[in-house]
Design a protein around this ligand. Structure first.
Ligand code: RP5
Length: 161
Protein backbone atom coordinates (compact mmCIF):
# COMPACT_ATOMS: atom_id res chain seq x y z
CA UNK A 1 0.00 0.00 0.00
CA UNK A 2 1.36 3.40 -1.01
CA UNK A 3 1.21 5.96 1.79
CA UNK A 4 -1.34 8.73 1.14
CA UNK A 5 0.10 12.11 0.17
CA UNK A 6 -3.21 13.96 0.07
CA UNK A 7 -5.88 13.96 2.77
CA UNK A 8 -9.42 14.63 1.60
CA UNK A 9 -11.63 15.59 4.51
CA UNK A 10 -15.21 16.82 4.56
CA UNK A 11 -17.69 17.99 7.17
CA UNK A 12 -20.38 15.42 6.45
CA UNK A 13 -21.17 12.32 4.42
CA UNK A 14 -23.51 14.63 2.50
CA UNK A 15 -20.40 16.39 1.13
CA UNK A 16 -19.19 13.20 -0.58
CA UNK A 17 -21.31 13.78 -3.68
CA UNK A 18 -19.13 16.85 -4.30
CA UNK A 19 -15.86 15.67 -2.82
CA UNK A 20 -15.84 12.37 -4.71
CA UNK A 21 -14.77 14.43 -7.73
CA UNK A 22 -11.53 15.33 -5.96
CA UNK A 23 -10.97 11.67 -5.17
CA UNK A 24 -11.70 10.58 -8.75
CA UNK A 25 -9.25 13.14 -10.11
CA UNK A 26 -6.45 12.07 -7.76
CA UNK A 27 -7.13 8.43 -8.63
CA UNK A 28 -6.98 9.21 -12.36
CA UNK A 29 -3.58 10.87 -11.95
CA UNK A 30 -2.18 8.16 -9.69
CA UNK A 31 -1.79 10.22 -6.52
CA UNK A 32 -2.31 8.25 -3.29
CA UNK A 33 -4.86 9.80 -0.95
CA UNK A 34 -7.03 9.09 2.07
CA UNK A 35 -10.57 10.29 2.66
CA UNK A 36 -12.73 10.70 5.75
CA UNK A 37 -15.47 12.72 7.39
CA UNK A 38 -14.04 15.19 9.90
CA UNK A 39 -16.44 17.82 11.19
CA UNK A 40 -15.31 21.09 12.73
CA UNK A 41 -18.57 21.30 14.66
CA UNK A 42 -19.63 17.71 15.29
CA UNK A 43 -16.21 16.12 15.85
CA UNK A 44 -13.94 19.03 16.81
CA UNK A 45 -11.50 16.83 18.76
CA UNK A 46 -11.05 14.53 15.77
CA UNK A 47 -10.37 17.60 13.62
CA UNK A 48 -7.59 18.68 15.98
CA UNK A 49 -6.07 15.17 16.03
CA UNK A 50 -6.33 14.86 12.26
CA UNK A 51 -4.76 18.24 11.50
CA UNK A 52 -2.02 17.93 14.12
CA UNK A 53 -0.98 14.44 12.99
CA UNK A 54 -1.30 15.00 9.23
CA UNK A 55 2.28 16.04 8.48
CA UNK A 56 3.81 13.36 10.73
CA UNK A 57 1.72 10.76 8.92
CA UNK A 58 3.24 11.83 5.60
CA UNK A 59 0.49 13.95 4.10
CA UNK A 60 1.72 16.85 1.94
CA UNK A 61 -1.60 18.57 1.20
CA UNK A 62 -5.06 18.60 2.75
CA UNK A 63 -8.21 19.16 0.70
CA UNK A 64 -11.05 20.18 3.00
CA UNK A 65 -14.64 20.50 1.80
CA UNK A 66 -17.50 21.89 3.83
CA UNK A 67 -20.81 23.66 3.38
CA UNK A 68 -22.77 26.36 5.17
CA UNK A 69 -20.81 27.69 8.15
CA UNK A 70 -17.80 26.01 6.57
CA UNK A 71 -15.20 26.22 9.34
CA UNK A 72 -13.36 22.97 8.59
CA UNK A 73 -10.80 24.29 6.06
CA UNK A 74 -9.90 27.35 8.14
CA UNK A 75 -9.70 25.52 11.45
CA UNK A 76 -7.62 22.77 9.85
CA UNK A 77 -5.27 25.41 8.43
CA UNK A 78 -4.94 26.91 11.90
CA UNK A 79 -3.65 23.56 13.22
CA UNK A 80 -1.10 22.62 10.54
CA UNK A 81 1.44 24.30 8.29
CA UNK A 82 0.56 21.97 5.39
CA UNK A 83 -1.18 23.67 2.47
CA UNK A 84 -4.96 23.50 2.94
CA UNK A 85 -7.16 23.66 -0.15
CA UNK A 86 -10.75 24.59 0.64
CA UNK A 87 -13.75 23.42 -1.36
CA UNK A 88 -17.02 25.27 -0.71
CA UNK A 89 -19.81 22.70 -0.89
CA UNK A 90 -23.10 23.97 -2.29
CA UNK A 91 -25.54 24.55 0.57
CA UNK A 92 -29.31 24.28 0.22
CA UNK A 93 -30.18 27.64 1.79
CA UNK A 94 -27.63 29.91 0.09
CA UNK A 95 -26.33 27.82 -2.84
CA UNK A 96 -22.81 27.72 -1.40
CA UNK A 97 -22.21 31.46 -1.16
CA UNK A 98 -22.11 31.00 2.62
CA UNK A 99 -19.57 28.18 2.21
CA UNK A 100 -17.45 30.22 -0.20
CA UNK A 101 -17.26 33.27 2.04
CA UNK A 102 -16.65 31.20 5.19
CA UNK A 103 -13.68 29.55 3.50
CA UNK A 104 -12.26 32.51 1.57
CA UNK A 105 -12.48 35.23 4.18
CA UNK A 106 -9.63 34.01 6.40
CA UNK A 107 -7.72 36.51 8.53
CA UNK A 108 -4.25 37.43 7.25
CA UNK A 109 -1.67 34.89 8.45
CA UNK A 110 -3.69 31.67 8.13
CA UNK A 111 -4.19 30.99 4.41
CA UNK A 112 -6.68 28.62 2.84
CA UNK A 113 -6.52 28.31 -0.95
CA UNK A 114 -10.18 28.61 -1.88
CA UNK A 115 -11.71 27.01 -4.96
CA UNK A 116 -15.01 27.30 -6.82
CA UNK A 117 -18.29 26.16 -5.27
CA UNK A 118 -19.12 22.50 -5.88
CA UNK A 119 -17.84 19.97 -8.40
CA UNK A 120 -15.51 22.33 -10.29
CA UNK A 121 -13.92 23.35 -6.99
CA UNK A 122 -13.40 19.73 -5.94
CA UNK A 123 -11.80 18.87 -9.29
CA UNK A 124 -9.57 21.92 -9.24
CA UNK A 125 -8.50 21.42 -5.63
CA UNK A 126 -7.33 17.92 -6.61
CA UNK A 127 -5.53 19.23 -9.69
CA UNK A 128 -3.92 21.98 -7.63
CA UNK A 129 -2.72 19.36 -5.15
CA UNK A 130 -1.26 17.42 -8.07
CA UNK A 131 0.50 20.54 -9.36
CA UNK A 132 2.02 21.13 -5.91
CA UNK A 133 3.23 17.53 -5.64
CA UNK A 134 4.55 17.69 -9.22
CA UNK A 135 7.15 20.23 -8.12
CA UNK A 136 9.07 17.55 -6.24
CA UNK A 137 8.11 14.33 -8.02
CA UNK A 138 8.94 13.60 -11.67
CA UNK A 139 6.26 10.89 -12.04
CA UNK A 140 3.50 13.23 -10.83
CA UNK A 141 4.87 16.02 -13.03
CA UNK A 142 4.54 13.79 -16.10
CA UNK A 143 1.01 12.78 -15.12
CA UNK A 144 0.03 16.43 -14.61
CA UNK A 145 1.56 17.56 -17.92
CA UNK A 146 -0.04 14.66 -19.81
CA UNK A 147 -3.43 15.51 -18.31
CA UNK A 148 -3.15 19.08 -19.58
CA UNK A 149 -2.03 17.99 -23.06
CA UNK A 150 -4.89 15.46 -23.31
CA UNK A 151 -7.43 18.02 -22.12
CA UNK A 152 -6.31 20.54 -24.75
CA UNK A 153 -6.38 17.89 -27.50
CA UNK A 154 -9.91 16.86 -26.49
CA UNK A 155 -11.18 20.43 -26.73
CA UNK A 156 -9.40 21.06 -30.04
CA UNK A 157 -11.06 18.07 -31.70
CA UNK A 158 -14.50 18.68 -30.18
CA UNK A 159 -17.34 18.57 -32.72
CA UNK A 160 -20.67 20.26 -32.12
CA UNK A 161 -23.88 18.51 -33.25
C1 RP5 B 1 -21.39 21.08 7.12
O1 RP5 B 1 -22.76 21.13 7.16
C2 RP5 B 1 -21.07 19.98 6.16
O2 RP5 B 1 -19.85 20.27 5.54
C3 RP5 B 1 -22.22 19.94 5.21
O3 RP5 B 1 -21.92 20.57 3.98
C4 RP5 B 1 -23.29 20.73 5.93
C5 RP5 B 1 -24.55 19.94 6.13
O4 RP5 B 1 -24.26 18.74 6.80
P1 RP5 B 1 -25.38 17.62 7.00
O5 RP5 B 1 -26.44 18.24 7.84
O6 RP5 B 1 -25.85 17.23 5.62
O7 RP5 B 1 -24.67 16.47 7.68
O8 RP5 B 1 -20.81 20.84 8.36
Amino acid sequence: MTKPLVGIIMGSTSDWETMQHAALQLEALGVPFEKRVVSAHRTPKLMVRYAESAEKRGLKVIIAGAGGAAHLPGMTASLTTLPVLGVPVESKALKGLDSLLSIAQMPGGVPVATFAIGKAGAINAALFAVSLLAQSDAHTKRAWENFRVRQTATVLKAKLP
